[in-house]
Design a protein around this ligand. Structure first.
Ligand code: ADP
Length: 537
């Protein structure tokens, strides 16, 4: 080691510096190296004095280029051109003998950060320090831009997913409802009602052979219904997580959202850990479903990513819900993963802080969780032990009585009278399915155009219940409501809005202003029948 200790006598750490020198004179090379080493740098260097040699050298990483101004077969300007060509951002400082002011200005214009005369080497170290700092800032900014780009792309993916989920919803509604109907007809066929006073007029018993064929159909049919239910669950989950806008708060059950989050994250979890749910009885919290979903999903994915793949039986992600002493709701996501070193614990909620490789982490997750939870009036904290695991805790306000949980209508008791029902949906299959579901008990008409519905009602037709889609080409369900509110207010009150869940700002506004019932697609026969029953009664 040739370096002398710093002036204050303490032995400081030597700073590593990977230096590419563009220089033809070995004496000058030695001079600069000696100066840097004396000033505490641990220099790894390479000297080049031609374009091709420089291009090859740039295959390796460098912190800094120091370049002579002119050499017999190369120059600082040519070296700057090479740097530009390979598109690498490395600070470039010219160290040269005499150089005219004009040349100095030209080379700065070409991209050199600084120019130093050889006989004023004292200025070199401060210049290097400054340039390294600035290069680090530029690098950090580039990284941030890349990550913002990634998160931007995630938002677009979310919008796309919401759109796809919405598109799947209508055919799915028809699928679920038709399967229900087939199952009901099948049950009626194989178990004819032959008891009670009606026995004399009941259908004759089903022949044995037919009955066994009917039973054979039952199982695949119930499998199909179960599969359709799974698709319905997936569509619902996607909708919860892809809603990018909207912040309205209502009473939500955190356990349902946690279940959705685990399902969505399952691919990340399956090879790493088993999931234990310890759900204590908790009241509903006042929050936004999709935002809470985003928070829990992020905590669960982080928990999974903290656990190495390959030993799912030996690792655990435990999700707990409990009621705190003060009535608030506490959700814990605990993992048996890597834990967080004490020195990093204060940084993990910072935007862009990540320890994950590019493409896996953006460092935005926890900072967004923190913001969303604080905005909801809650809190988020972490407890972690390196090598053992972490526990993230979210504390939320209970919703209280002013916001009851939205529950589906009760199954009807007692019979309702036969009603007149109109279904307006541009998807004809939806009208058809509602007719099949309700047609035996009620008189059901279907239309695919709201305009035609307006004409009929304007012409004097009256209905007990008018099911209408919200968004349709030509005239929307909202326009139909406005029209009826003017011309036949009793009929506007009879409207029930069917929605696929992906609301535009306009639909959301509209729904928050009208008291009419709404039903989300896909619906099952029971919910629909119960709703009609209650409305007609
Ligand atoms: P990202 O997951 O994109 O890195 P986050 O903001 O969600 O961004 O997390 C920031 C960092 O916090 C992670 O890179 C990781 O180092 C640390 N971290 C978060 N959750 C856990 C956990 N459950 N176990 C260990 N480290 C974690």
């Amino acid at each position: 080691m040739s370096g002398k200790p710093p002036a204050d006598g303490k032995t400081a750490e030597r700073r590593p510096l990977r230096l590419l020198m563009v220089e033809d004179d070995p004496n000058d090379e030695a001079l600069v190296l000696r100066h840097l080493r004396q000033n505490g740098y641990d220099v790894t260097h390479l000297r080049v004095d031609t374009g091709p040699a420089m291009r090859t050298a740039l295959g390796q990483p460098w912190d800094l280029v120091l370049s002579d101004f002119s050499m017999p077969t190369f120059s600082a300007t040519a070296a700057l051109a090479v740097l530009k060509e390979v598109e690498i951002d490395i600070p470039f400082i010219i160290v040269s003998g005499t150089i005219s002011e004009e040349n100095a200005v030209d080379s700065m214009r070409a991209g050199a950060q600084d120019f130093l005369p050889k006989d004023k080497l004292a200025r070199l170290v401060p210049a290097i320090e400054r340039e390294l700092r600035e290069a680090a800032i530029r690098g950090e900014r580039r990284k941030m831009q890349e990550r913002l780009f990634v998160s931007d792309r995630m938002v677009s993916m979310g919008t796309l997913a919401a759109g796809v989920a919405h598109e799947i919803n209508n055919p799915l509604a028809a699928l679920v409802a038709n399967l229900d109907l087939v199952a009901l007809s099948l049950a009626a066929l194989s178990k004819p009602n032959v008891v009670g006073p009606a026995a004399a007029t009941a259908r004759p018993a089903v022949p044995e052979a037919l009955e066994s064929r009917l039973r054979e159909i039952e199982e695949p049919l119930s499998d199909a219904r179960e599969a359709a239910d799974r698709v319905r669950q997936i569509v619902r989950d996607v909708r919860v997580f892809s809603r990018v806008e909207g912040s309205e708060r209502r009473a939500v059950d955190v356990r349902r959202i946690l279940d959705s989050s685990v399902r969505i994250a399952w691919n990340e979890i399956r090879n790493r850990a088993r999931v234990t749910k310890s759900y204590g009885e908790v009241p509903a919290v006042l929050g936004n479903e999709s935002r809470l979903g985003q928070v829990f999903l992020n905590l669960i994915v982080n928990a999974a990513q903290a656990i190495a793949e390959g030993n799912p039986a030996g690792n655990e992600i435990e999700i707990t819900t409990a009621r705190a002493g003060d009535g608030r709701v506490v959700v814990d996501v605990r993992d048996t993963g890597s834990g967080i070193p004490a020195a990093l614990r204060g940084k993990i909620f910072d935007a862009f802080f990540t320890t994950k490789p590019e493409g896996v982490g953006t460092g935005l997750g926890l900072s967004i969780c923190h913001r969303l939870i604080t905005e909801m009036g809650g809190a988020i904290s972490v407890d972690s032990e390196e090598g053992k695991g972490s526990r993230f805790r979210v504390t939320l306000q209970a919703a209280g009585l002013e916001a009851p949980i939205h529950t589906p209508p009760l199954v009807p008791m007692g019979a309702a009278r036969r009603g007149r029902i109109l279904v307006v949906d541009d998807e004809a299959i939806l009208g058809a399915v509602v007719r099949r579901m309700l047609g035996t008990q009620h008189e059901v008409s279907t239309l695919t155009s709201a305009r035609e519905a307006a004409e009929r009602i304007g012409g004097g037709e009256r209905y007990d219940v008018i099911f209408t889609d919200l968004v349709m080409p030509d005239m929307t369900g909202m326009d139909l409501h406005a029209d009826l509110a003017r011309r036949a207010p009793d009929q506007a009150e009879r409207m029930v809005f069917m929605s696929g869940g992906a609301f535009s700002a306009r639909s959301r506004d509209f729904l928050s202003q009208v008291p009419n019932p709404r039903i989300s697609k896909p619906f099952d026969a029971g919910t629909l029948a119960a709703l009609v029953h209650n409305l007609i009664r």
